[in-house]
Structures are given as C-alpha cells and as structure tokens.
Design a protein around this ligand. Structure first.
Ligand SMILES: Nc1ncnc2c1ncn2[C@@H]1O[C@H](COP(=O)(O)OP(=O)(O)O)[C@@H](O)[C@H]1O
Ligand SMILES: [Mg+2]
Length: 240
C-alpha cells in the first residue's frame, strides 16, 4: 500500500460558520479556505461582518454554528489564550495599544507567551528603531501611525504563525500604511500567514496572494487579486 500524498493543511478552513449578537445573526454560513503562506485579503463594506469574523477566528466571539480549523486542528470554541499559544494573533480594529502604558509596558503584555521583556524589546527595537528611543513614553502620546506601529510591533514580537489584521490602514496617511505593510511583508517572508481585513482594497491587494469579498455576513466572491478588483468594481468599493 502506498502512503497518501502529504498535502499541507490550509492555515484556516471555515465551514458553515455562523455568529450572532444576541438574537441577531451577522455571519450566515461562511465557507472559506486560507492557504498557508502569503496574505489573504478579506474585503467588504462597513457592517459586512469582517471584524466579527476575525474575532470569532481568534476565539473572542462565540461560534454559533459551523466549524473552524486552524492548521488542520479543529479549534471552534477554543479560548483566545490557547489560540495565541498556537500562534494565532489578532491586531484588532482601532489602535490596539494601551494609551496610559509606556511603549515598554505595552510590549510587556505579550511576555505571557514565554519570551522575556528584554528579548522582546531587543527584537522589536531592532525592527522598529523609532520605538526604542522612546521606550518610557506613554503610548497615548504617540501619533496614530506610531501607535499602530507599536500594535504591529507587539504582534510581530509574538512571532505569530497566523496574523489577523483588522483595518491596519484606517485613518493613516498612505506613507504610514506603506511602512506598516512593508513590515507585514517581512513577516510573511519569515513564514507567517496573514489574513488582512480592509474596507479599502488598494494597498492590501498589491501584496495579497488571494482574497475574498464579504457583504452582509456572506462571502460573495473569492479569487485572485485581479478577480477581486472586478468583484469590487461591481460593488462600488473603490478598488482602484
Ligand atoms: N457589539 C455588537 N453588538 C451588536 N451588533 C454588532 C456588534 N458589533 C457589530 N455588530 C453588527 O454586526 C454586523 C457586522 O459588524 P462588523 O463585524 O463590525 O462588520 P465590519 O467589520 O465588516 O464593518 C453589523 O451589522 C454590526 O452592526
Ligand atoms: Mg470592522
């Protein structure tokens, strides 16, 4: 008997995923496969359910129905800290930093995953030198772009295998967005798979390998960046 050919498990497999807020269902049976490696873009208008989807995947919001497998492992109902130990890291919508903590103390928050603060700081400040010179400064006194950089730096410090980005670019100048995504690309080169939610498609589609479009709780298109440009053009989402 020959051994079966070893096909790698996808990084994420969702089947019939539903989620609700109280009695109101907002994800209506999402089927989605995110392959391992590269960046998968999840696009769609405000209210489509993109943030809810990421929060469900990260274990922060309950699964109503359906299944989630990450790297071949069934994880529906797993606690967020268990998923974090498996390398799942969510950078949430808005500035994911604590404004009243210093840069160093914001980084201290990921030491529970095992690395020491000095190791984390050394790694982060090598990659993000602008943060190192201000390690005692309160995060709330940084510019919006610097705060997002700190949030991304903290995510990078956990060496995630699966990074979930929720609207990384919101409210930031194009040059800042480019810098942030350059760091994301560097992370991908080290083997991290990225699932990036964006309402506006342009920057993320330049580096995406594939993606999907969500509208009102359903996936309405999946494909290559070129396919998605076409789908988005039909939705007046400003893909260009
Ligand atoms: N905390 C909440 N309580 C009730 N409804 C919510 C809550 N958060 C989001 N929703 C609703 O769920 C739907 C999906 O929202 P969301 O996941 O934030 O979409 P997106 O990120 O695509 O803008 C929307 O209809 C929104 O109004
Ligand atoms: Mg959102």
């Amino acid at each position: 008997m020959t051994a079966p050919v070893d096909t790698p498990a996808p990084m994420l497999q969702l089947t019939g995923l539903c989620a609700s807020y109280g009695a109101i269902e907002v994800l209506h049976g999402i089927d989605l496969t995110v392959p391992k490696g590269g960046l998968f873009a999840m696009l769609g208008p405000n209210g489509a359910g993109k943030s809810t989807l990421l929060r469900v995947i990260a274990g922060l919001h309950a699964v109503g129905a359906g299944t989630i497998a990450i790297d071949g492992r069934a994880v529906s109902g797993s606690q967020p800290y268990v998923l974090a130990r498996h390398g799942v890291c969510l950078l949430p919508e808005g500035r994911g930093v604590f404004p009243n903590l210093t840069i160093a103390d914001n980084l201290r928050l990921v030491t529970h995953l095992g690395a020491s603060l000095s190791d984390i700081e050394a790694r982060v400040y090598e990659t993000f030198p602008g943060l190192g010179s201000r390690r005692r400064q309160l995060a709330g006194t940084l510019s919006g772009g610097e705060q997002q950089m700190l949030a991304l730096a903290r995510a990078v410090a956990t060496e995630p295998s699966f990074l979930l980005l929720d609207e990384l670019s919101t409210g930031l100048a194009p040059r800042v967005v480019e810098t942030l995504y350059a760091h994301v690309v560097a992370l991908m080169a080290n083997g991290t798979t990225v699932l990036a939610v964006e309402q506006f498609a342009r920057t993320v589609l330049e580096i995406a390998h594939a993606g999907a479009v969500m509208v009102t709780g359903r996936v309405v298109a999946t494909g290559t960046p070129a396919d998605l440009h076409d789908a988005l053009a039909g939705l007046y989402l400003g893909a260009g």
